[in-house]
Write a protein that binds this ligand. Sequence first.
Ligand SMILES: [Zn+2]
Length: 286
Amino acid sequence: MVFSFRKILIFGVIFLSLVLINQVSLGEKFSIEEDVLEVNFLDVGQGDAILINYQNKYQILVDSGISNKNILDELQKVMPAQDRQIEIVIVTHYDKDHVGGMRAVLENYKTRLFLDNGQFKKTESTTVVSDLIEKQKIENYAINEYSKIKIGEDLLLDFFNPDGEDWEANDNSIVFRMDFGENSFLFTGDAGFKTENDMINDQHNLDVDWLKVAHHGSKNSSGESFLKKVIPQKAVISVGKNSYGHPTEEVFDRLDSVGAETFTTLEDGLIQVNCRKDEECLLQIN
Ligand SMILES: [Zn+2]
């Protein structure tokens, strides 16, 4: 069983060897024009799936939505042509609306590194995933509160959660900040008030430009004190048709009161954010 003994990732310059190889063989590709970041909030229905594409070369997938079909359809729209490799797959937690499409991801894209919150939940579909990780010998780590990953020169992922193995799945979601030049993002999984207060108490730097709103806009996340620390300019809610009442008016109001402009994949479909290092990111809605 692949998850019986897990190493915790503390700090990784993940692509050092890859970057060095590329600098030798593809040196001219590291020109300023290539130093771009694209963040795609995929329209996978109810659930989360975000593809981060750095330099059109390194992809990070955060969650896989609820179904194998939806994630494949969406990945086809945003993956660079001919690129069949995703460098990092992150599972924020093992609820079905975050890991339900993971089998298709691992079967169709070569994954270099698989990261989770260290809280594997055994179900029929997640067992398939852990079997694939074992069979394909994918390097895998559990993330903790102080993990960091640097990719190339300019992309830094700084993890603020999970905090404890005994926390309930949503509150144990992987939460991380991503910095690219002057641009910053916060990805929150399905974390609720408990996680938000913990991150405030631990004095993590929560102030970002772009917020992936937690838990599909649930009223039990995105509290006022948390949003006052984040003060996002733009907020994105990954959400589809559902019976939970997501996203809630309370969360729209709270985001509005801190001056954030809010978008949802339910209303807007695929949401793409295009960034250059020292310019404000541009929003593209298809
Ligand atoms: Zn969820």
